[in-house]
Structure formats: structure tokens, C-alpha cells
Write a protein that binds this ligand. Structure first.
Ligand SMILES: C[S@@+](CC[C@H](N)C(=O)[O-])C[C@H]1O[C@@H](n2cnc3c(N)ncnc32)[C@H](O)[C@@H]1O
Length: 246
């Protein structure tokens, strides 16, 4: 049965319009630092949404960039921006687990992808698809909830978003994230995996080395009054970068 997850179809415009928020500046900076110069590399951006990260990959020098997302509304927004300002990016509307093998990529990114897998088997299929599309020695670079200290998630109040986790959450169990920066709060469904589960599934899927890395604050934000607030978020380690080498 085809995988259907249309939750982003309903919020595509709202999500798109909030990328200037301080938290996304921290994510973008951390990712840029990890990716480095992508000159002449072929890059696949999974769960590309409306292409916020996909376009950045081009600006870091990538030769060919393909963006993939399950939400047709997100892909429509991405294509609209590509049409307005062509960068040569190709977009595909598909779930990652149904994508198959497109090509051999040097780098694959997945910024907020893995925690949408609804069960362990689906997470495995997503990780296998990533691995099958990567060259040997290539890297998967992700941003994700990192599955540790879940008991601390309820301390993360007063942020742009809030995690609502059932007590003693188990592998594969659904939790909600409430996005608070919109006119009306938006609820998204995500799925919990411990860091141990992520690591073992990634290894089984062909990755030799898996590392979780904390976000990095861009130096230009050092004087920003909101930064100490976000430093606390980083310290509680609810989310982070994922670096996996095949
Ligand atoms: C939080 S958004 C992130 C978008 C983009 N990576 C960014 O950072 O701007 C998550 C995206 O993942 C997509 N998504 C969720 N599960 C997916 C799957 N199994 N296959 C492909 N896309 C998926 C959603 O449609 C949504 O656009």
C-alpha cells in the first residue's frame, strides 16, 4: 500500500514563511559547517519540504541537486521557487521508502526525516534507501530528534515548539510536536526511537560510522538576547545533527 503522510500539505505555506526564525538560523549554520564545500558533488535532499535546505546545497557548490518530499504541496512550493529563480534543482514527489535507487550520490541530507517513520520497519526501509543511493564512503547528514533524555522533553517549554511525549515512551510510539509560532498552534505527529535504535538500524542499513553532534550557535548571534534560551535547548539535547558514513 502506498505511504500517505499528508500532514505537511496543510501547513506548507506556514512552515515556509517561518524559516527566518532564530532556531532555523542555528540549524542552517550547523548544517553548513558540517557539509563544508560541496563543489562538484551530487547531492540528494530527502524530506526537502519547500526546498529551504535544497537551495542552500546549491549555494555551497553542489553540482547536481535533487529534492524529494512526500507532500505535493511542499513540492509545489519548491517548484514555484525554482521557476522564479532557476538553480537547476530537480524535485520529486515521493516517500523516501518508495523512492528506490535514483543514482549514486556523494552526500544525502535528511533534515527532519527519520522521526516521521511510523514503525521500526519503515525506519529500516528509509535508512536502506538512503544507503542504496550513496556511494561507498559517502555520507548521510541529518537533523533529527535524537532520542535521548526524552524524560527532559517536557522541560523544553517556552520554545517555538513543544514536544508532547507519553510517559515511558516506547520505540515506534507516536508523540506530538506543537508548533507555537503560527497564528494557531499546529500539531505534528512524530515517532520516538531511542538513539540506540537509530544507531543500530543505521548500522544494519550499511553505515559504518554513526555520530550525533550538537548544534552550533552562529557567531553573529552571540549578542542576540534569545541565544541563551536556545543554548539551553541545545544542552537538553532534544535534537541534533546526525553524521553517518557508508
Ligand atoms: C519539518 S519538514 C522539513 C523540510 C526541510 N527538510 C526543511 O528543513 O526545511 C519535514 C518534511 O518531511 C517530509 N516527510 C515526512 N516523512 C517523509 C517521508 N517518509 N518521505 C519523504 N518526505 C517525508 C514532510 O512532508 C515535510 O515536508
Amino acid at each position: 500500500m502506498p505511504f500517505m503522510d499528508t500532514q505537511y500539505d496543510y501547513i506548507a505555506n506556514t512552515y515556509h514563511s517561518n524559516k527566518s526564525r532564530i532556531f532555523y538560523k542555528i540549524v542552517d549554520h550547523s548544517l553548513k559547517k558540517m557539509l563544508g564545500n560541496l563543489s562538484n558533488l551530487n547531492v540528494l535532499d530527502l524530506a526537502c519540504g519547500e526546498g529551504h535546505i535544497t537551495r542552500q546545497l546549491k549555494s555551497y557548490g553542489a553540482k547536481n541537486v535533487i529534492g524529494v518530499d512526500i507532500s505535493k504541496e511542499m513540492i509545489k512550493l519548491a517548484e514555484k521557487q525554482e521557476k522564479a529563480k532557476p538553480l537547476g534543482i530537480k524535485y520529486i514527489c515521493s516517500s523516501v521508502q518508495e523512492l528506490g535507487r535514483l543514482d549514486t550520490f556523494d552526500i544525502i541530507t535528511g533534515v527532519y526525516l527519520l522521526h516521521y517513520a511510523r514503525k521500526k520497519e519503515e525506519l529500516k526501509k528509509i535508512c536502506t534507501t538512503i544507503s542504496e543511493n550513496l556511494k561507498l564512503g559517502g555520507c548521510f547528514i541529518g537533523v533529527n530528534t535524537n532520542g535521548i533524555k526524552s524524560r527532559l522533553y517536557d522541560k523544553l517549554t517556552n520554545y517555538d515548539f513543544e514536544y508532547v511525549l507519553p510517559k515511558n515512551i516506547r520505540t515506534g510510539q507516536m508523540f506530538k510536536t506543537v508548533i507555537r509560532y503560527c497564528q494557531k498552534p499546529i500539531e505534528l505527529q512524530m515517532y520516538y526511537y531511542s538513539q540506540k535504535t537509530y544507531n543500530s538500524i543505521l548500522r544494519e542499513s550499511g553505515f559504518r560510522k554513526v555520530d550525533w553532534i550538537d548544534f552550533d550557535i552562529p557567531p553573529e548571534l552571540d549578542d542576540n538576547k534569545e541565544v541563551s534560551h536556545w543554548k539551553r535547548f541545545i544542552k537538553l539535547s532534544a535534537e541534533g545533527l546526525l553524521h553517518c558514513r557508508k
